[in-house]
Design a protein around this ligand. Structure first.
Ligand code: CUA
Length: 538
């Protein structure tokens, strides 16, 4: 296993479970008719427009009430929004190089990405304490068997763990336990195990397996055993109610979602109330653990929760959200989604204390409800007001591929830093005084220690020999908010960004002879464009 990190995780346990995977024939709705610029493109239960506009309007200079972290799918990134405005505030690169922040170009982040320069991110998972989001970290999965940890002090990826053995297509991940002891990884594709075994698909039923892996975050406990719960056709989302009483299992090829009673599950385990086993893992008796089948509508996928026992289930086939009540199992309302909703995210909806107020539908298709941009259409998310029993659609938002799931956290739970304090910078190549800047030969390579500060690089030029290995270490000695500097060398595929108080290194072989300009890529002052110099390769 290949572990790259700056923190401390280890793989705690491997537990095999059978994962049923089925592909759903997508029921694509037809494109809206008569969509014109400036007009609503299709159906939708939009409430009174001025009321809806007032609910999502955040005045200039005012701040949003929530952060939403949305997975970026195969972009390998996480998108950060403010709610209720749904304004895109930031992009956090995780599994893919991102020139805008220099991620994947400097030595450290390049090593962290390893040989993979893409990832497929599905489920962001905020760290929790006592079942509530605590605003420390965000964990995200990658289909290539990895899990990453993003630090919410600086919104940067600090660790990528994996690929973890035998997880083939890490989709159902990176959900954390209520005190962030474990982050989970689950196979999407069953394969013969261990990885590298070449059994043919004629042995699929017996030899192809999925695994569930628990990544230990804080070594305190060991996981228990595993039981299987039967669920309707092609089970998709499994969501636990805020009070822990019910486990909601959605079989996406049926018209109901099943509420399993967790107490009954425990009793069935105690009484060994089984209806057989799969690969030695006992299967609990459906009738013994089920409390209700709720007739939510066609294609139930995922359930989120609000206060007062409200539950919200996304319906892929119906292209709608159903709201219903835990315990009484009555259907309350339905609101259409445009189009083909997958996941949905409620404000603080995965915690023991959901906020209600807002629900975001993450739709699979946007179908022209936006200015046309050619065949590659943006992804669509819709903001729904759930403060009353009657749900109201408030706004449409579009973004790049390919959000899948999101989590929404109260903004005041996140405490960011704005600069890296000088005294916390222990980088061995950091310098703070221009008299220490310059080039030296160390261990057979050229090491350039450079200072970046408004509005120059010191040294402004350096000379190396063709074929020499060069490390440039740039320290941004600014201690002022938003004073970033970039360092790019033309024709050398080098582009790093250094935040205030940071030191970053980039190592390369000076293969091409000539004079190569370097310059600051990140706007820093009126003299930003003058912040430049030359690398001479002799
Ligand atoms: Cu430094 Cu632009």
């Amino acid at each position: 296993m290949n572990v790259r990190h700056r923190g401390g995780w280890s793989v705690a346990a491997l537990v095999a479970v059978v994962v049923a995977v089925a592909l759903l024939g997508a029921c694509a709705p037809s494109a809206p008719k008569g969509a014109k610029p400036g007009k609503a493109g299709g159906g939708g239960a939009t409430s009174d427009m001025s009321v809806a506009a007032g609910k999502v309007y955040v005045a200039p200079g005012d701040l949003d009430e929530y952060y939403m972290f949305s997975s970026g799918g195969h972009s390998g990134q996480v998108y950060v929004y403010g709610l209720p405005s749904m304004r895109h505030i930031s992009t956090i690169p995780v599994y893919s190089p991102y020139p805008a922040t220099g991620y994947g170009f400097d030595d450290d982040s390049k090593a962290m990405l390893g040989y993979l320069t893409w990832g497929d991110v599905h489920h962001p998972s905020l760290s929790e304490t006592g079942g509530d989001y605590d605003g420390r970290w965000l964990f995200v999965n990658d289909m290539n068997g990895r899990v990453a940890r993003v630090d919410l002090r600086d919104f940067k990826t600090k660790q990528i763990l994996g690929p973890v053995p035998n997880v083939s297509g890490n989709h159902g991940s990176a959900f954390v336990t209520p005190n962030t002891e474990y982050s989970m990884m689950a196979s999407r594709f069953s394969i013969p195990l261990p990885k590298g075994t070449t059994t043919g698909t004629d042995k699929y039923a017996t030899d192809y397996k999925g695994v569930l892996t628990a990544i230990k975050i804080d070594p305190k406990k060991v996981p228990g055993l595993v039981w299987l719960m039967p669920c309707g056709k092609s089970p998709h989302g499994v969501d636990v109610s805020p009070d822990g009483k019910w486990i909601i299992g959605s079989g996406k090829l049926q018209g109901v979602t099943t509420a399993f009673n967790f107490e009954k599950v425990q009793t069935a385990i105690r009484n060994k109330d089984y209806e057989g086993d799969e690969d030695g893992i006992p299967v609990l008796k459906y009738e013994s653990i089920k409390d209700a089948e709720v007739p939510v509508g066609l294609g139930p996928l995922h359930t989120q929760f609000g206060p007062n026992g409200m539950a919200y289930t996304s319906l892929f086939v119906d292209s709608a959200i159903a709201s219903w009540k835990l315990g009484t199992w009555e259907l309350v309302d339905k609101v259409p989604m445009s189009y083909s909703i997958g996941h949905l995210a409620a404000a603080e909806g995965d915690t023991v204390n959901p906020d209600g107020k807002y629900l975001v539908g993450l739709n699979k298709l946007s179908h022209g409800r936006h200015l046309s941009v050619g065949p590659s259409q943006p992804e669509s998310s819709q903001l729904v007001d759930i403060s009353d029993e009657k749900m109201k659609l408030l706004s449409d938002t579009f973004t790049e591929p390919e959000p899948h799931y999101a989590q929404i956290i109260k903004a005041d739970k996140i405490h960011t830093i704005e600069v890296y304090p000088k005294e916390d910078n222990h980088h061995p190549l950091a310098i703070w005084d221009v008299k220490d800047a310059g080039i030296a030969r160390q261990g057979g390579k050229a090491v350039v220690k450079m200072i970046a500060v408004r509005t120059s690089f010191t040294p402004t030029e350096f000379t190396v020999n063709q074929g020499e290995t060069v490390t440039v270490a740039v320290t941004n000695i600014e201690q002022t908010t938003d004073e970033l500097h970039g360092f790019a060398i033309l024709d050398y595929n080098i582009n790093i960004v250094i935040d205030p108080g940071e030191t970053k290194t980039v190592t390369f072989k000076a293969e091409k002879k000539g004079v190569f300009p370097f310059y600051c890529t990140n706007f820093c002052s009126a003299l930003h464009q003058e912040m430049q110099g030359y690398m001479i390769v002799k």
